[in-house]
Design a protein around this ligand. Structure first.
Ligand code: KE4
Length: 433
């Protein structure tokens, strides 16, 4: 029995599923999670001392790589001055100023402690600002686990919310409408049905929670048009894309301006931070200046702010990092695509910048329905093989690969080689069919 297995055996006695977030349980790939002991750069080590090349990066925060010296120094320095005061601090103002000065659509921003909290609060602000109750989300997009967003979207776009989790009263999802990603007609249909009732449309500008699905040309622009036409707010959930696709995130990359933006992940550099921000007239609806209540004991925590501010400052001061990262990632995904072809497979690779995903399906993946055609059992077998060979991938098909500035060409080439070994040995050759 490995040390990870032994620790996990105990974990399941004290923590539901042995984990503090479901995807970490490796349930989707039917194996035992590795207990990670430490990380540095693009590498992880588990409790048995086994080394991995990390393609999760804490699900996005580690764009500079783990344990970046300047980030660590800022955290250690902040800790020495105290962990939390529950009071206003200079560092949270510097952090807010950095983001507001960097993102044209954001006049004001409020720090919270997770992406879930950021989205929950942004939607409340949108409802408070518009006086409307309904929201539109997209099938397959994930925006955290607040009640109103745990919606099992039915087929098509005309579905009112059906709770996707036990414990969520139908009243909490009654106002959650679902549309199909990359399908503007499904959105317009909802606006036609509820022309004066929709407070906001929330979208992952690049979907990364059904695997990676890119917005087709005109999709984001179409959402902007429809929201403006019907008086609804457009919320970009940039928890994953923010400060990753570009320093200005997806809204810079695609040139589409939302009314509100939510953040998580990178702005905390691995510490628990989320945020929501946008137009001044909307954000001034938020307490204590406005009637929309929202609060948090550890919001803007000085240690977390120090981590995030250090990371964002490095990213702001090194625009060349994005060019290097995105070029490196393009080459990686192209080589992976060549390996898939050489193995005679017709699997799909979706990628944009340093985000990507290998779908075990021969069908182009443009929304949740096509993503669901992926053979998750095959993905599980592939993922277990890769992890056994020291390549740490997301233990679920409907997640993303995250590359960082720390990944070396050698590590990326090695990853392609190991994937090629698996794919070449996998039974069946789609290309002969
Ligand atoms: P958190 O509450 O987990 O910080 O953020 C929720 C969230 C909101 N919006 C988007 C676009 C997100 O991707 C997330 C969380 N992402 C997942 C990764 N698929 C977190 C991993 C996990 O649940 O453990």
């Amino acid at each position: 029995m490995t040390k990870s297995e032994k620790i996990f055996e105990e974990a399941v006695r004290f923590i539901p599923g042995g984990v503090n977030s479901p995807v970490r349980a490796f349930g989707s790939i039917g194996s035992t999670p590795r207990m990670i002991a430490r990380a540095s750069g693009a590498k992880l080590w588990d409790e048995d001392g086994k080394e991995y090349i990390d393609f999760i990066g804490s699900w996005g925060p580690m764009i500079l790589g783990h344990s970046h010296p300047e980030v660590l120094e800022a955290v250690i320095d902040a800790c020495a001055r105290g962990l939390s005061f529950g009071a206003a601090t200079k560092i949270e103002v510097e952090m807010a100023k950095l983001i507001c000065d960097s993102i044209p659509s954001i006049d004001m921003i409020r720090m919270v402690n997770s992406g879930t909290e950021a989205v929950m609060s942004a939607i409340r602000a949108a409802r408070g600002f518009t006086g409307r109750d309904k929201i539109i989300k997209f099938t397959g997009c994930y925006h955290g686990h607040s009640d109103g967003l745990l919606v099992k979207a039915g087929s098509g776009a005309m579905t009112s919310g059906i709770p996707d989790s036990a414990g969520v009263p139908s009243g909490c999802t009654r106002d959650t409408l679902t549309a199909s990603y990359n399908d503007l007609d499904s959105v317009e249909e909802l606006f036609r049905q509820f022309p004066e009732e929709i407070a906001c449309v929330i979208v992952e500008p690049v979907a990364a929670n059904m695997g990676v699905v890119l917005p087709e040309t005109g999709f984001l622009e179409g959402l902007r048009y429809l929201c403006t036409k019907y008086g609804a707010l457009l919320i970009f959930d940039e928890v994953i894309t923010g400060f990753r696709l570009a320093f200005g995130g997806a809204q810079e990359y695609f040139g589409v301006r939302p009314d509100l933006t939510t953040y998580g992940k990178i702005i905390g550099a691995g510490m628990p931070v989320g945020a929501y921000g946008g137009r001044r007239e909307i954000m001034e609806m938020v307490a204590p200046v406005g009637p929309v209540y929202q609060a948090g004991t550890l919001s803007g925590n000085p240690v977390a702010m120090a981590a995030g501010f250090a990371q964002l400052s490095i990213l702001r001061d090194h625009p060349e990092y994005y060019r290097e990262l995105n070029e490196k990632a393009d080459i990686f995904f192209k080589k992976l695509s060549v390996a898939v072809e050489a193995a005679g497979k017709n699997y799909q690779i979706n990628h944009i910048g340093s985000l990507g995903c290998l779908f075990f399906t021969g069908e182009p993946v443009r929304d949740y329905e096509s993503a669901k055609t992926s053979d998750t059992a095959r993905y599980a077998d592939y993922c277990n093989y890769m992890i056994s060979r020291g390549i740490y991938l997301a233990p679920a098909q409907f997640e993303a690969m995250f590359l960082s500035m720390a990944h070396t060409t050698e590590q990326l080439d090695h990853t392609v080689d190991v994937a090629m070994e698996y794919l070449a040995a996998e039974e069946g050759n789609d290309r002969q069919q």
